[in-house]
Write a protein that binds this ligand. Sequence first.
Ligand code: ZN
Length: 222
Amino acid sequence: MAVETYSLKTDGDKYLTAHFRVREFRCKDGSDEILISTELVDMLEKLRSKLDCSININSGYRTKSHNKKIGGSTTSKHCKGLAADIICKRDGKIVPAKEVCTAAQDLNFDGIALISATATHVDMRGYRWWADETKNNKKVSDFYAYWGIPYPEPTATVKKGDKGTPVRWVQNRLNKAGFKLSVDGSFGGATDRAIRSFQKREGLAVDGKVGGATRKALKKHA
Ligand SMILES: [Zn+2]
């Protein structure tokens, strides 16, 4: 994990990646020094591409004094250059922050928080912290389940060892088919046993892999 130090005056117009410039991460108090995590910018590029949107950074780097002035947390990841508060726009319209949170979850951002209906906090702090700031920073383990948003159907084969939203889709469907799995997004032994049992029951090839045929069978359990 690398956090680089830039100067607004000399580096402001420099592109960090294809779509993000140094100045977009500047502290709103006008300070010349800007700290930016390279990992964060790479993740923002991925988010931009996934949502097919533009991303406005409302708040990127914050100096300690500016953070204090605006009432930020004393442990704010913004002060370390690891965080960004963003508003995403597609075709001139704001992408709802709930959609941004679930997309950020798919990409496995370390920190994700709903700030409002339109604004989202994301960061790369080195460990998971998902929360709802509109509800006193209530911890969230899965934004889809939290808001009752359906998991998107996987587009590739899901198998043992996989992690993330495609696994949650499989676990959720298996539960609808009568299994009792924890929808934790981690394809371990229990999920493997359940999928093999499901495949056997459905007369499918028993390989523990969720490809097109198994997905189709799982979809019958809505
Ligand atoms: Zn923030």
